[in-house]
Design a protein around this ligand. Structure first.
Ligand code: 5GP
Ligand code: SF4
Ligand code: MG
Length: 457
């Protein structure tokens, strides 16, 4: 998911729309904006792409100089309208809107507690849990009650919370998900990815720190800490796949890190081939790096139809395969008779790689050597990326040789963990560090057993 917030601009809702649009790649199931004019909160949200959701929105009714927004892709909870964020709550003491990127590890247990106390939850998303924890016992929304609530949740989270006259911003103690602050004139801007700042002409100011709670109101910005700051564990998949190349994630440019991953991969796993071909768009940077390091020419052997969304967002395996077919086309004149190094950023289920190898061979490729610019994904993610069961992960179930055969490659190699770290990290102080749990099984936060659904999706 992606979150965006702005404080102190008369076009708050419109700017949020542009910010969300630049983060469309972070979620395509639904989008929403909640705006405050100082006395009331108004929401507009819907299922689908940002453009579709706001096509008929009347921005003149979304007046106010404060807004938060969200683009959603579900890791918890069903794909229904009530789960589209920001979630909006009303009470006699005022209203509150919440937008969340991440995943709570203990949401199931917290939800049981809340239900036992008499809470009735409207959504199956774990985001609503935090709202109830804040408002428990009739509390006001304040720095204290939010701090208390945050100390009960475990997991990966970047939260934006809006009341009529305050905006709160919080990041989990390990900083697993990205979140940055920028300025647009006097206005404060908050976004999951820095590409959103560029989009609206805002300037990056700083990262939100792990364990930090920020309160913004008419008096300005106040920073506090709700938890001790831990070693940063930024999700490695943000660099590998999820973020946009023009974004800087925790001070590291995403394109540059991908290019480095491609270079490290070329050193670790060279191949006898004629050309390097990347799978657009997410592997282009890594393929350029591989080509540069290996001295092999980079060629545009695969074209992507830019009007098809990300394949992994599709719900079923069947649709996922269909999506891949619609999305990518080989360039026969480039591929025919060649030995190809095909670079992809990652293999999750194996669907994409298999289809592309087949496609390249059908277009006349003599050999296809698959090189993956990240380590094999063998473990589920519990922190907000949609790779939740071991069964669906091809590398959790098969050896390297078997995977190579399954996808029909002439050879297969992954980047090592060390190679990936070297490619991403500039320094290894407390400020930098990555989560690699889905590749290494080293979970920065305890994950107690299998994820249980709240109720059938
Ligand atoms: P597969 O077909 O192996 O499941 O998908 C791997 C490809 O899709 C990679 O090219 C990667 O760019 C992208 N990708 C697909 N799904 C995800 C996902 O849930 N998380 C991530 N991280 N990447 C995905
Ligand atoms: Fe990211 Fe993998 Fe860690 Fe999940 S387990 S947060 S996908 S690095
Ligand atoms: Mg890809």
């Amino acid at each position: 998911c992606g979150v965006f917030g702005i404080w102190g601009h008369e076009k708050a809702a419109e700017l949020t729309y542009y910010g969300l649009h630049s983060m469309q790649h972070r979620g395509q199931e639904g989008a929403g904006i909640v705006v405050s004019d100082g006395s009331q909160l108004k929401a507009h949200k819907g299922l689908g792409l940002v453009n579709d959701v706001f096509k008929h929105a009347n921005f003149s009714t979304l007046q106010g100089d404060v807004a938060i927004g969200h683009v959603r892709y579900s890791t918890q909870g069903a794909k229904t309208l009530e789960n589209v964020q920001p979630l909006l709550f009303h009470s006699q003491k005022g209203s509150m809107a919440l937008a969340h990127n991440g995943n709570l590890v203990n949401a199931y247990a917290l939800r049981s507690d809340l239900e036992e106390e008499g809470s009735i939850l409207q959504t199956s998303s774990d985001t609503e849990v935090l709202a109830h924890l804040i408002k428990r016992n009739g509390n006001e929304v304040s720095e204290e009650t939010i701090t208390e609530a945050l100390n009960q949740v475990t997991g990966a989270y970047a939260y934006l919370i809006l009341t009529e006259n305050q905006m709160f911003v919080a990041l989990d103690p390990h900083g697993i998900r990205p979140l940055s602050i920028g300025r647009l004139g006097d206005a404060y801007v908050v976004a999951s990815e820095t590409c959103a700042f560029g989009q609206i002409g805002a300037v990056f100011e700083r990262e939100v720190l792990p364990g930090e709670l920020i309160m913004i109101d008419h008096g300005g910005l106040i920073s506090t800490r709700f938890a001790m700051r831990e070693q940063r564990k930024m999700c490695a998949m943000e660099y590998v796949y999820l973020s946009r190349p023009d974004s800087d994630v925790n001070h590291v440019n995403v394109h540059a890190s991908r290019k480095n991953m491609g270079k490290e991969l070329a050193k670790e796993a060279p191949s006898n081939a004629d050309i390097v071909v990347g799978v657009p768009d997410s592997s282009t940077s890594a393929a350029i790096g591989y080509a540069e390091e290996s001295g092999l020419p980079y060629e545009m052997g695969i074209i992507k139809n830019r009007y098809v969304g990300r394949t992994f967002i599709q719900p079923s395996q069947e649709l996922r395969e269909q999506g891949v077919k619609m999305k990518l086309s080989p360039v026969r004149s480039i591929i025919e008779g060649k030995r190809i190094v095909m670079i992809d950023d990652s293999i999750v289920r194996g669907t994409t790689s298999k289809r592309i190898v087949q496609m390249l061979k059908k277009a006349g490729a003599k050999e296809v050597h698959v090189r993956i610019a990240s380590p094999a994904i063998q473990h589920p993610c519990y922190y907000g990326i949609d790779m939740s069961t071991r069964e669906e992960l091809i590398a959790a179930n098969y050896e390297l040789e078997e995977i190579s055969n399954l996808i029909g490659a002439d050879s297969l190699a992954y980047l090592s963990e060390a190679g990936m770290e070297k490619a991403i990290l500039i320094d290894k102080t407390i400020h930098q560090g990555i989560c690699t749990a889905c590749m290494t099984g080293k979970y920065p936060l305890p994950v107690d057993g299998p994820k249980k659904p709240f109720y059938p999706a």
